[in-house]
Design a protein around this ligand. Structure first.
Ligand code: NDP
Length: 283
């Protein structure tokens, strides 16, 4: 049997074992995906152990996405530009770091909302780790314009400057942006997340978006966030955070195995687990 897993601290809430194990089973692969709770002082030792042939690799989550860089042999895809690794692949004892968060976001837009970012104007609300991966992926997908607004403006300025190096048209928006200018508005903050800093708050006044715009929330617990509810009430198209989670996992699965990921099976397993959690939270 081969192993894969998620490195983070804490990782108990992660849905990845549920949908990755469903995918391995569906494809008849003898792989088990585990939760590897890894405090910072244990990270180096844990990553070294991944060179063993029994490991396909790992996912990496908070707080290790940046700290893991110097422990890897090579970076692939968008990892270097995005400044974060969320997937490690063991190839013959060498460790390769990738970032599938941003590409997973773009795949979710295209496959689940038929929205191709090429030529579109997109507003990111938030400038944390997730926004960073998304901004670089949108630049690579040839978005016409990317604006970034954040509670701490210096973080939006830094992200916009980093992404501008790719040649994309990107700027940090100051104050309350004019939402009617965008084809797509993305909540990349943790506002609305159950157990987060402000589960009932909206990241922006989404009702001011232009008719026909797409509102995307990358928060996936709860499935229906206040942002999505307000966007739907304003007649906008909406997309929740689960598709991004599934597609980043599907891309990692494909990097580890070379096998096409059974995305529908992964969705079904994750939806079932989320529904069980939501009914437990409602009790
Ligand atoms: P970070 O901690 O890196 O960034 C958090 C962001 O939220 C920052 O922009 C921060 O602003 C903003 N924020 C936090 N609290 C407030 C507040 N009270 N008011 C205004 N803004 C606030 O987190 P991540 O980028 O890693 O994750 C953000 C969210 O995205 C989380 O809910 C996470 O679960 C979700 N996520 C979903 C993924 C998916 O696959 N669907 C993948 C990754 C993340 P500031 O800079 O001012 O602190």
């Amino acid at each position: 049997m081969s192993l894969a897993g998620i490195l983070g601290h804490p990782v108990g809430h992660s849905l990845s074992p549920i949908f990755q194990n469903a995918a391995f089973k569906e494809c008849g692969l003898d792989v088990r995906y585990e939760l590897w709770d890894t405090p910072p002082e244990a990270l180096a030792g844990r990553v070294v152990s991944l060179r063993d042939p029994k490991y396909l690799g790992a996912n990496v989550t908070i707080p290790h996405k940046v700290a893991v860089f110097p422990l890897l042999d090579e970076l692939g895809g968008q990892a270097a530009r995005a400044g974060a690794v969320n997937t490690i692949v063991n190839r013959g004892g060498r460790l390769y770091g990738f970032n599938t968060d941003g590409p997973g976001f773009v795949a979710a837009l295209k496959n689940e909302s038929s929205f191709d970012p090429a030529g579109k104007s997109i507003l990111l609300v938030g400038a944390g780790g997730a926004a960073r991966g998304i901004a670089f992926a949108l630049a690579e997908a040839r978005a016409a314009h990317i604006s970034i607004v954040n509670r701490s403006p210096e973080r939006a300025l830094k992200l916009a400057a980093d992404v501008a190096v790719t040649g994309a048209e990107v700027r940090a928006a100051a104050g309350e942006p004019d939402l009617s200018r965008y084809d797509c508005i993305v909540n990349c903050t943790s506002l609305g997340m159950r157990g987060g800093p402000a589960p009932g708050e909206l990241p922006c006044a989404i009702g001011a978006a232009r008719p026909g715009a797409l509102a995307v929330d990358i928060v996936y617990t709860p499935a229906q966030t206040p942002f999505l509810t307000a966007a739907a009430a304003a007649g906008l198209k909406t997309l929740g955070g689960l598709p991004m989670l599934i597609y980043q996992g599907a891309l990692a699965f494909e990097l580890w195995t070379g096998v096409h990921a059974p995305v529908e099976v992964m969705f079904e397993a994750a939806r079932k687990a989320l529904a069980a959690r939501e009914s437990a939270a409602a009790r």
